[in-house]
Design a protein. Sequence first.
Length: 301
Amino acid sequence: MLRLALTPRWLAGLVLALGLATVFVSLSAWQIDRAQHRNEAVRGTDLDTVVEFTEALEPQEPMPGLLADQRVSLSGRYLPGMQVAVPGRLLDGEEGYWVVTMFEPEGATLPAHEDYAGGFTVEDQATIAVPVVRGWTGDRQTALDSRAADGQVTITGRLGPAEPPEGSRGLGEGELATVSTARLAGEFGVYSYGAIVFPEEEQGAGASYAAGELRAFPPPQTAEGESFNWQSAVYAVEWLIFAAFALHIWWRLLRDDYERRREYAAAGPGGAGDPAGASGQGTAKIEYTVVKEAGEKRIHG
């Protein structure tokens, strides 16, 4: 099989397979490097040091566990029409509601692998927003009636992880059981982050934190997150699988070709497919044509 593999046809196929495998391995290494750089950046930052929100997180990706309780700063505007009340939240032992409003940060862009859709860039068409807990109230109607101000605002606050989605059975219109960014993104037709912002202070015409009858709500205590980015690890493994598959395809095609050649060679003359028959021992039949001239009584040997 080695001799067959060294023929020009199969050498060309091997070069192609190795080229694809190299590309896939490079993409795997990029995913690993990306995860390491993100985690190193997080480890090197004190949680009380304010960092730019759009530099710490990317939309449509989960929040690294190490960013829980990280102080961030983000400028932009509230989207008053994109708001929900989240019941069952305790403050000083009293059960009430979070008022959660979507906030559109300036400078937010989607990752590179999301930058196309039907010939136009997604960034030009998308609204990217993050849920902000504007405050707490013990009264349901107050939570539903509260509205964020319209205008630019700069928020300084802390990050919390997005919550898993839960059913809305028993909840009224404008209420959600949890602050699920996936659920909010689907509800309002926006792109979002895998995080929640808990404001500490706001500046600007659109300042709406703890406004009116809403009370300030401190960020919940979060357990220290893992330092390993599992999503990037999964992507890295997938690219390695693709690399191995490219080489496997070449090997499988080579082996199949080799087996076919062996079967043909084993058949030989009189073998399967030979006109003499499948048994390999046919009887050769030779016919002679004898021409006798007129007047001759016998055939001369």
